[in-house]
Design a binder for this molecule. Structure first.
Ligand code: SF4
Length: 740
């Protein structure tokens, strides 16, 4: 067979052989992938319940149809959408750059760094920057780049590539990570996951605050508003886009979606597919640089819209792969990936999406990816939340490769053609099966087969078939024969098999016992559905969701009782003598709160209070210092979302994002009447007015499961989340009184 792989590039077969010999690696990959598969299954079962109860806009199949349609329409109209996104970003004060090639991305970032005199960059996880090897290029130019996602940080310390889109250090054990961290801090670090996370938090906290530039990718770019959407669980994405004075976004052009109304469809699917969560902990919508009067956020926002081969893919029969939202579900479900892990693919992208995408992006370097190892089980296609027909695209690559390099050694192609001729006719198929059984029996008798049900080498022209894989011995009875004898699985067994089918979710979801309903789902469309979810049920559901995530909800009758309630809560969660920070919000009655806290031995830093320096750079620095040393950060949530248990924080004059990021405890105050039913309703509300520079949808405490799939809280952001719901209808009047 003619090889197209460039000299010096190791083959997939060699890398896979090494991975298969590494039992520890295989176990680590299997444990993590199994955990993600089960979490995804449970999350979509829950989504079906939420949809049946009226909280969510649809189940997996309904939402993926919508997601596919939106993505395909966006790809059809990509030039116009990208131009619209660029115009929207610039209208909000951002700078837009277009990068055709990998080196263009690095050149643009270098230019920004040079102009700002920047030396240190912090990065949040981004496959786009991995794809163009941005770190290596920037380091070669003398810049320091620090990965801040826990998994990426570990991989960077080890000098390796990510082994998974979502869980980059899926291949690393806690012992290996502890050894890396011990070298980093110069002392032995315990091997338990919480201790490892504490070390990462301490080291990276400094980097966030000292960095000159934050670099992130984008999960989505909303053309209508010019918003960049960054989804992370640890909070590093929000810190990277909030703490440094400059934020640079590297986004593939295919990330552009038309409008804010489209976003909830993808938010519903992304985290459930990736990690089994309803939504990532931090969904950050960045719309322009820091606004007037804001205490933090970047002074400059640069968005690099990267092509890097996408236009070529768009014009090819593989265009559907550009719909990928990088959830990683196809990797977790792929029987090949689960055996060999990500590094065996030798490419940034691994698993089924890597097999499709890498040859298109990397050309000959990725020419020997395991097209043939794919069993066409279709598990990847079944679980893909945007409906990419991955197995069909893999099959297309196979056909292309046969066209470009031929059909293999002499006789192999003829043998395959003979097979196709035999299996096109039922009687020829049955006759060939009988012959194959006889052949397998003879091989066993002569010791050519292992007797374990697998043939590891075929004779003559069929030999290439078993060069890279074993072949199962032909069954003694065909499916048709079993079916005729009534020996095919029935009942529960059949349902279990059907559950692995195209839907990716169990065919008969359990009856919903989710939110209480008086009526069946309203038939009159979205408006009447939302109207049917009254306030009491929204609050009950919101409380249930927050508590499921490990947060706490507290109820206060009206705004008058808020200072005392907040002071009691702070006393319970902060150490004696602890410091509380609160961004400017007169609704929270800061003077009364400060007095109530003082009586409890706590002190308040209020950005509108008497101890605040005059506005200016000093005030920003003072704010950062206070937010950093505070035990508790109090913020006001503009909305809460019952469906997901999220609070929604908006940037604005006198507000600081760090209040909800740096302290270990986050307290968010939300008016009960602002508890919305769903993400769709939130998108409608947000879309009704110009977006502030930052909208953060925060859902539970900061978390990571990057280390051996062990959940750990408080990686970069708060480990405790409290929501205080304030009742009463006199809030507006009270606010007006206080301002007067
Ligand atoms: S191809 Fe589909 S399943 Fe695979 S990472 Fe992309 S969106 Fe997820």
């Amino acid at each position: 067979m003619r090889h197209t792989r460039p000299p010096g590039v190791e083959s997939f077969r060699d890398r896979a052989r090494r991975a298969l010999a590494d039992e520890r690696l295989r176990q680590a990959v299997r444990i993590t992938a199994d955990g993600k598969v089960e979490a995804r299954r449970a999350a979509f079962a829950q989504l079906a319940e939420l949809a049946a109860g009226g909280w969510a806009p649809g189940d997996f199949e309904a939402l993926r149809r919508r997601a596919h349609a939106i993505k395909m329409a966006s790809l059809d109209d990509l030039d116009r959408l990208v131009a619209k996104a660029a115009a929207s970003i610039e209208a909000r004060g951002g700078h837009v750059w277009r990068a055709a090639r990998a080196e263009d991305v690095a050149r643009i970032v270098e230019g920004i760094a040079k102009r700002r005199g920047a030396r240190r960059l912090v990065k949040s996880k981004s496959m786009a920057t991995e794809e163009v090897e941005l770190n290596a290029r920037l380091e070669a130019a003398g810049l320091e780049v620090v990965e801040t996602d826990l998994g990426e940080f570990i991989v960077q310390l080890a000098g390796e590539r990510p082994a998974h889109i979502v869980t980059p250090c899926i291949h690393k054990s806690r012992d290996e990570i502890a050894a890396l961290f011990s070298r980093l801090v110069g002392r032995p670090v315990p091997t338990d996951t919480p201790s490892l996370a504490v070390v990462a938090r301490q080291v990276l906290r400094e980097d966030f605050l000292q960095a000159d530039i934050g670099v992130s990718g984008a999960n989505f770019v909303v053309a209508e508003t010019g918003s960049v959407v960054i989804c992370t669980n640890e909070g590093n994405g929000r810190l990277v886009s909030s703490a440094p004075p400059v934020h640079v976004v590297v986004a593939g052009i295919e990330k552009v979606i038309p409008s804010l109304a489209d976003l909830p469809v993808f938010l519903e699917l992304l985290a459930r597919s990736a990690t089994g969560q309803a939504i990532t902990v931090y969904t950050h919508l960045v719309t322009g640089p820091r606004g007037p009067g804001e205490l933090d956020g970047p002074e400059e926002l640069h968005v690099i819209l990267m092509d890097h081969g996408r236009s070529r893919i768009l014009a090819s029969p593989y265009r559907e792969v550009l719909a990928c939202i990088r959830c990683g579900a196809c990797l977790n479900h792929c029987p090949v990936y689960r055996q060999v892990g990500g590094h065996a693919y030798g490419s940034v992208y691994s698993g089924p999406v890597g097999v499709v995408l890498a040859p298109l992006l990397e050309g000959e370097r990725a020419s020997d990816l395991p097209f043939d190892a794919c069993s066409l089980c279709t598990a990847c296609t079944d679980v893909c939340p945007v409906g990419i027909p991955l197995h069909e695209l893999i099959l297309r690559h196979r056909a292309d490769r046969v066209r470009s390099v031929g059909r293999g050694p002499a006789g192999f192609g003829t043998a395959l053609e003979l097979g196709a001729w035999l299996w096109r006719s039922p009687w020829r198929y049955r006759a060939s099966l009988r012959l194959a059984r006889m052949g397998a029996r003879a091989a066993r008798r002569w010791g050519a087969a292992g007797g374990d049900g697998w043939l590891s080498s075929l004779p003559g022209p069929l030999a290439p078939w078993t060069w890279g894989r074993d072949l199962p011995e032909p069954s003694q009875r065909s499916f048709w024969e079993l079916w005729q004898r009534g020996e095919v699985l029935l009942g529960e067994g059949r349902r279990a098999v059907a559950g692995c089918g195209r839907s990716g979710t169990p065919p008969e979801p359990p009856p919903p016992d989710g939110p209480p309903r008086d009526d069946p789902p309203a038939p009159g469309g979205e408006a009447s559905r939302q109207a049917s979810l009254d306030l009491a049920r929204r609050i009950a559901h919101f409380t249930q969701m927050v508590e499921r995530l490990g947060g706490r909800v507290h109820r206060v009758g009206d705004a008058q009782g808020l200072p005392a309630a907040l002071a009691s809560l702070c006393e319970a969660v902060a150490p004696r003598g602890g410091r509380i920070v609160m961004a400017d919000d007169l609704d929270l009655a800061p003077r009364e709160l400060a007095e109530a806290l003082r009586r409890r031995g706590l002190s308040l830093y209020w950005t509108g209070g008497g101890d605040v320096p005059e506005p200016g750079p000093d005030r920003v620095e003072a704010w950062r210092a206070e937010a950093r040393r505070a035990a508790v950060g109090i913020t006001v949530g503009r909305y809460a979302v019952a469906e997901t248990g999220s609070v929604v924080l908006l940037a604005g004059p006198g507000q600081g994002r760090l209040a909800s990021l740096l302290p270990a405890v986050q307290v968010t105050v939300v008016r009960e009447s602002d508890v919305l039913a769903s993400l769709e309703e939130l998108a409608r509300r947000l879309g009704a007015e110009p977006l502030p520079s930052s909208v953060a949808i925060v859902t539970g405490p900061s978390r990571s499961a990057d280390i051996e799939n062990d959940l750990v809280l408080g990686v970069h952001g708060p480990s405790q989340v409290h929501v205080v719901l304030v009742g009463g209808h006199d809030d507006a009047a009270r606010r007006d009184d206080l301002r007067a």
